[in-house]
Write a protein that binds this ligand. Structure first.
Ligand SMILES: [Zn+2]
Length: 129
């Protein structure tokens, strides 16, 4: 994924929500040079962005799960080859397309974990990447 394809749809002061291709993404500006980083979000999270983007003031629940996912792309010229094991992951149901967020901090990278779709009850496996 290339961050240059990011389309900013909902604006915030140091963050925004938008799309990269057909994937919903959260953009946050980091570092001294305001370099952007992008994280995958679900359609529901995109729809409720106005609420959870203000969590800086209240609690950091959604924001915390978003930034503890794999960074899907960034504006940094060099990204480290070191693969972090993230706490949360977005899994898309192959049957109905519904995306759900899972706490997978204890699952090792490249291991499968089982997902039960909250929308259609389909059970499937997602590889932790
Ligand atoms: Zn489903």
């Amino acid at each position: 994924m290339n961050y240059r394809d990011y389309k900013r749809l909902k604006l915030g002061p140091y963050q925004s929500a938008g799309m990269i291709g057909d994937v919903y993404a959260f953009e946050i500006l980091t570092g001294i040079a305001d370099t952007p980083e992008y994280y995958q979000i679900t359609k529901e999270e995109f729809d409720s962005y106005e609420d959870w983007s203000k969590e800086f003031i209240t609690d950091l629940k959604t924001l915390y799960t978003v930034v503890n996912r794999k960074c899907i792309c960034s504006g940094y010229l060099k990204t480290s080859d070191y693969r972090r094991n993230y706490h949360f992951d977005v899994a898309k149901c192959p049957e109905c397309g519904y995306e759900s967020v899972h706490h997978v901090g204890e699952i090792k990278l490249d291991m499968k974990y089982e997902v039960k779709c909250p929308s259609c009850n389909n059970a499937f496996f997602k590889i932790k990447d």
